[in-house]
Write a protein that binds this ligand. Structure first.
Ligand SMILES: Nc1nc2c(ncn2[C@@H]2O[C@H](COP(=O)(O)OP(=O)(O)OP(=O)(O)O)[C@@H](O)[C@H]2O)c(=O)[nH]1
Ligand SMILES: [Mg+2]
Length: 288
């Protein structure tokens, strides 16, 4: 099936980011703290040139704290300034305030920051926390923000919200899977059942007890059997008494994304050993 994987609006957003760079003093790149590398825009420096960058590891409340700390060290070693925040409950913003304060000393007018990142990582929620009200539209699916939007945070800070961007080709399957697990890719573009089976594989390996407790699963079982069990334990049955595995797959992904299975990081700075994924190269035009 041919999928319109790289829709025109993403290319348009990249152009818009480039055009607006001259207006801003700093770029704030939002990543998901559960997979800071896989949700990081790979060619960010090509996109933003020599502009200053602050990396914001958002949704830190859903990631494993120790691993997020390791990421902070990893980025510092690479010369990247990073902070971890929770934009749902305004945690971690003090460090950021200080950073922004330092930056703002260098400019006479209010400091202008552009907020960029892949879809659904919490760019608009982050801005709303700084602005102190629900100024930018948010939602738990990718593609909520449609165009650019300037928001006045304080007398000293103005922020530009931008729509989420992805890149035309995701080379590594593990990166594509993590983006899918975290809700960064539109559900309509995904083989949801296949993605959920991969997530089950990961959870069986790393957090079997959480899977068992939440969905009343007796392990060991194959991922397919577990998905069927999830459907049964939730009463998702289709005609003929068969388990509705598509509905179970959607439910599992949603609950994972919302942190219902607890705090779970998907990658560590040391490598991708957390994910049991054969690293086959993806085919052109193929999505996950
Ligand atoms: N638990 C938790 N949820 C968050 C956090 N930040 C954002 N969310 C949730 O993540 C979802 C996506 O948030 P948005 O702010 O719309 O994300 P976005 O990056 O602006 O998304 P697009 O505009 O679609 O690219 C929403 O359901 C938010 O409530 C956070 O720090 N912790
Ligand atoms: Mg948004």
């Amino acid at each position: 099936m041919q999928i319109n994987w790289y829709p025109g609006h993403m290319a348009k957003t990249r152009r818009m980011i480039k055009e607006n760079l001259k207006l801003v003093d700093v770029v704030l790149e939002i990543v998901d703290a559960r997979a800071p590398k896989s949700t990081h825009i790979p060619d960010i420096f090509e996109l933003i040139g020599s502009k200053k960058l602050i990396l914001i590891m958002n949704k830190a409340d859903l990631a494993e704290e120790k691993i997020t700390d390791l990421w902070g060290i990893y980025f510092a070693e690479k010369g990247l300034v990073s902070v971890s925040v929770n934009s749902r409950n305004k945690v971690g913003f003090k460090d950021l305030d200080e950073m922004i304060h330092d930056f703002s000393k260098e400019v006479k007018r209010p400091l202008r920051g552009m907020v960029v990142g892949v879809p659904n990582v919490g760019k608009s929620s982050f801005i709303n926390q700084i602005v102190g009200k629900k100024a930018a539209k948010t939602g738990n699916k990718p593609g909520i923000t449609r165009g650019k939007m300037w928001l006045k945070a304080t007398d000293k800070l103005e922020l530009l919200d931008t729509p989420g961007i992805l890149w035309p080709k995701i080379e590594q399957e593990s990166v594509g899977l993590k983006l899918a697990f975290l809700g960064c890719i539109k559900e309509e573009l995904l083989d949801v059942e296949r993605i959920s089976l991969k997530l089950i594989e990961f959870l069986v390996k790393k957090h079997p007890e959480r899977l068992a407790a939440r969905y009343k699963i007796e392990t060991p079982q194959s991922p397919v059997a577990i998905l069927e069990q999830i459907a049964k334990s939730r009463g998702f049955i289709i005609s003929g008494g068969r388990p509705d595995t598509l509905r179970a797959a959607k439910t599992l992904l949603k609950e994972f994304q919302d942190g219902k299975l607890g705090r779970i990081s998907l990658e560590k700075p040391a490598g991708d050993e957390d994910l049991i994924i054969e690293n086959e190269r993806m085919q052109k035009g193929d999505i996950i």
